[in-house]
Ligand binder design. Structure first.
Ligand SMILES: [Zn+2]
Ligand SMILES: [Zn+2]
Length: 160
């Protein structure tokens, strides 16, 4: 059997999605915005090109926040049940979405590649010893695989 695609949706099932490619990278973000939006200690986001997120069902609603870079951060959620399914950061180099891993049918299918903004990590949470950890953000060349950096380049070149 071939490796199945990642799929997921909101709590009420009105929004469903399937990812036609694996994410370029998986972030665990411990910033205050992510803590507030999720109501949790951190968020796990799958950073992936928007064109690889195949949506079905309802169109997500959105609201706009100011991202850490000063550029807008749009947060998308189900209009019926309020589940936050993904974000779009306008500061990102390409046309990407940050899909919330908790909405996957199999949330255990992904694991964070890197932990970011750990300067605001809750003190009771201990990260694995081998985890890649950054107090704020990182340099792409330090963390991303060559393959993912190539994907990002193509994606940025194809315009927003
Ligand atoms: Zn819903
Ligand atoms: Zn964050």
């Amino acid at each position: 059997m071939s490796k199945s695609k990642l799929e997921g949706g909101c709590a009420c099932g009105s929004i469903r999605y399937q990812l036609s490619m694996p994410p370029m990278i998986v972030h665990a973000c411990h910033c205050r915005d992510c803590q507030r939006i999720t109501g949790s200690a951190f968020v796990i986001n799958l950073w992936i090109e928007r064109k690889f997120v195949e949506k079905s069902g309802d169109t997500p609603q959105s609201f706009r926040l100011k991202g850490g870079t000063g550029k807008p951060h749009d947060v998308f959620f189900c209009g019926k049940c309020g589940t936050y399914v993904w974000s779009r950061y306008h500061g990102s180099p390409g046309d990407d979405l940050f899909v919330r891993a908790g909405t996957l049918d199999k949330a255990e299918a992904v694991k964070p590649d890197v932990h970011i903004f750990t300067r605001s990590k809750v003190p009771w949470l201990e990260l694995p010893k081998d985890a890649r950890v950054y107090k704020s953000f990182y340099k792409f060349e330090d963390v991303w695989t060559r393959e993912s950096r190539e994907r990002m380049k193509e994606n940025a070149a194809s315009g927003k």
